[in-house]
Design a protein around this ligand. Structure first.
Ligand SMILES: Cc1ncc(COP(=O)(O)O)c(C=O)c1O
Length: 461
């Protein structure tokens, strides 16, 4: 007789094979990379903004699973909602009825952007963007989408077409006939719009790559230019939405910005159930779904599933009850001011930027001779190695997980769970200060590791 499936027993029996299994059956470069930088750890348990390794040592998460863990891991309210929705044995996904949870989540979500009327639910950030691109084309009857250099909107073919980094696109052509402009360049936007074939401009109010903010007034002015030419503004809030930047949506930082379509995903999932949402104006949805024949013209088999909807409703409820947006402003300001104070102290530290709990720390060329020669050696091998040299001891010595904010960038990005507290902020700042002290002392382990990175970068050429 075959044994009944037992998840706990399976993990107990084979959990230790995790790296081997990954190397054999999945993307083999991930374990290879983790091993190279000494990140090949075994984490056993997680809660809130912390996770614990096999020895019981606690780690501070400043990455939030690329932003999906907005409320941290295993928030009790979200977790209960998921247990409850399973226990309810709903007649979900019959596809020929209307379930209550999608309507309730749409209603609650739309309350945060009163100028928008309808929602399409998919399963990821890239799908939320794909939906916006399709809806914009259909609604305007025009083919071309404008996007920003260095933009990141996902990696499926449509979203890839509006990706601003060559490295992601190479070898995947032909893509859609879209056009990049610089974030903030209104003249370029106007020039492209005058060609008369533009459906929309898609933009992250704060770019994830490098943490670059749209200049003050840009989104509002872009919106005016777009609307004058019958084109739409799409705000990609997949990373910046749901409180991340100290407003519910980052576009709300400035008066008068009312995007025609808004893309949401990541944190709406509660970190549990993949979900994407494209919010838009009534007339756009009415055009796309213009007749009964077209009822399924844009749809997704798992879209609006009960687990995702329950998680989303629980997330929005926690955000309100726990005053998450106000908390982000407070804690973000604290972290920001403490980091800014360090800039004049360290010559390798050039800038701290961002809003709320989306913070970029940029390193740059030092002024003193000894450090400059080391810096130049790293830059000659590959840009971004110094930032990597900071990320590695932050994890290895201080048990804090961060990331380099994009290829070839000397920027690290902090996007912790939004529930981090003052103790977490102090822990990060103390650790970061120690790493900066080490880097500026010139010798030692950190620069030795830099030499290892240089050798690898050269070997990979
Ligand atoms: C701004 C932005 N848009 C879209 C995406 C794609 O989301 P997903 O990975 O869920 O497809 C991301 C992911 O990092 C993102 O940051």
């Amino acid at each position: 007789m075959s044994k009944e499936f037992d998840l706990a027993a399976l993990l107990a029996e084979r959990g230790t094979e995790r790296y081997e299994l990954h190397s054999r059956y999945l993307n083999h470069q991930l374990p290879r990379m983790l091993h190279t930088i000494g990140f090949d750890k075994v984490y056993e348990r997680a809660e809130g903004a912390h996770f614990w390794d096999a020895d019981g040592a606690d780690h501070l998460d400043m990455l939030a699973g690329f932003g999906v863990m907005g409320l941290g891991r295993h928030h009790p309210v979200v977790r209960k909602a998921l247990h409850d929705v399973l226990d309810a044995s709903l007649a979900d996904l019959t596809r020929f009825d209307c379930q209550p949870l999608p309507g309730l989540l749409a209603e609650r979500l739309l309350a945060h952007s009163p100028h928008l009327d309808r929602v399409f639910f998919g399963n990821s950030g890239t799908e939320a963007v794909e939906t916006a691109l399709k809806f914009a084309r259909y609604a305007t009857g025009k083919p071309r989408i404008l996007y920003c250099s260095h933009a990141f909107h996902g990696l499926t073919t449509g979203s890839l077409s509006v990706n601003g980094e060559k490295g992601f696109k190479d070898g995947f052509a032909p893509l859609l006939p879209d056009t990049a402009i610089e974030l903030g360049d209104l003249d370029a936007l106007d020039r492209e719009l005058r060609k008369g074939d533009v459906a929309a401009f898609v933009v992250e109010p704060i770019q994830g790559k490098g943490v670059h903010e749209a200049p003050p007034g840009f989104l509002r002015a872009a919106q005016e230019l777009l609307h004058a030419r019958g084109a739409l503004l799409i705000a990609d809030e997949v990373q910046t939405g749901l409180g991340r930047t100290g407003d519910f949506y980052a576009y709300q930082h400035e008066e008068g910005v009312e995007p025609d379509l808004v893309c949401v995903a990541k944190a709406l999932s509660g970190g549990y159930v993949p979900v994407g949402a494209t919010l838009g104006k009534d007339w756009i949805f009415k055009k796309v779904y213009s007749s009964m024949d077209r009822v399924l013209v844009h749809s997704a088999s798992f879209g609006s599933n009960a687990q995702a909807m329950a998680a989303g409703l629980a997330v929005l409820s926690v955000m309100e009850n726990e005053g998450i947006v106000a908390h982000v402003r407070r804690v973000g300001e604290l972290l920001f001011s403490k980091l800014r104070e360090l800039v004049p102290r360290y010559e390798l530290l050039h800038e701290v930027r961002g809003r709320g709990l989306m913070i970029g720390i940029e390193f740059g060329r030092p002024s003193s001779l000894g450090l400059r020669s080391r810096w130049t050696m790293l830059q000659a091998a590959r840009k971004g190695l110094f930032a990597q040299m900071v990320v590695v001891p932050l994890l290895q010595r201080h048990r804090i997980l961060t990331q380099v904010s994009g290829d070839h960038l000397e920027v690290i990005k902090l996007i912790p769970p939004l529930i981090v507290d003052e103790a977490d902020v102090n822990r990060f700042v103390t650790a970061f200060t120690a790493v900066m002290d080490d880097a500026h002392a010139g010798g030692g382990l950190m620069w030795d590791f830099g030499k290892t990175l240089v050798k690898q970068a050269v070997a990979q050429r």
